[in-house]
Design a binder for this molecule. Structure first.
Ligand code: ADP
Ligand code: MG
Length: 212
């Protein structure tokens, strides 16, 4: 028999306590199907509907894969819009509340560049943002990804629809080859199949129809 309790996963006691405080007692379907693979360090392509709890799936994974003593960017989450990047960073912040000194920065387009460049001078562990702005920071040298451990493409189908494909490819070219790549998408059109083949290694593919 399978269990959908978070406590069945190899998570830190601090993470389990945080999930309990948030009222997340049982995993959603996508979380139950993806977290064992994510926590194993494998690449993943996951197709699941909006509202199914994808953020916590990759959020828990990237947080459990961090070394907070190193002030280098270790996780990058690419989102299609500033609003979605805000939502993701809020959710990851909630999940990270038991981790002292963790710095999460939001680098989205539509916001002034200079405060972002200044905040990057102090270092960060997790970056959430939109592909255009992330690429700008890489291009001007205000951001580097040499120590990246986890790359997340959230709402990949929407990012492709919005024309971000070239910027995503350029960003990925600047990520270390030894990393975990997690791709989430509500649909799985040919464009996504093509890029996922190039961006991921031996990825596990899952598709979840239900939300709970
Ligand atoms: P998606 O990215 O798949 O559209 P979200 O990650 O935004 O979905 O999650 C939708 C809602 O579900 C959020 O309000 C989140 O706080 C909540 N949620 C996520 N996981 C759980 C869980 N295991 N138990 C209860 N609520 C959850
Ligand atoms: Mg989402």
């Amino acid at each position: 028999m399978t269990t959908s309790a978070f406590s069945s996963l190899p998570l830190s006691p601090a993470m389990l306590a945080t999930l309990d405080t948030l009222g997340y007692h049982n995993m959603t379907a996508i979380q139950a199907q993806s977290l064992p693979t994510i926590l194993n360090g494998r690449d993943l392509i996951a197709q699941a509907k909006t509202g199914s709890g994808k953020t916590a799936a990759f959020g828990i994974g990237l947080l459990q894969n961090l070394d907070v003593t190193s002030f280098k960017v270790q996780a990058l989450v690419l989102c299609p819009t500033r609003e979605l990047a805000d939502q993701v960073s809020q959710e990851v912040r909630k999940l990270a509340r038991s981790i002292p000194n963790l710095k999460i920065l939001n680098l989205s387009g539509g916001a002034p560049m200079r405060p972002q460049v200044e905040s990057l001078l102090y270092g960060a562990h997790v970056i959430v943002g939109t592909p255009g702005r992330i690429f700008d920071h890489l291009d001007r040298g205000s951001l580097e990804l040499h120590e990246l451990r986890t790359l997340v493409l959230d709402e990949a189908d929407r990012m492709v629809d919005m024309g971000f494909i070239d910027q995503i490819s350029q960003i990925v070219a600047l990520c270390p080859p030894r990393r975990q790549t997690l791709l989430f998408s509500a649909t799985f059109p040919d464009d996504i199949k093509k890029i996922s083949g190039r961006l991921m290694r031996n990825a596990e593919e899952i598709k979840v129809e239900s939300i709970h």
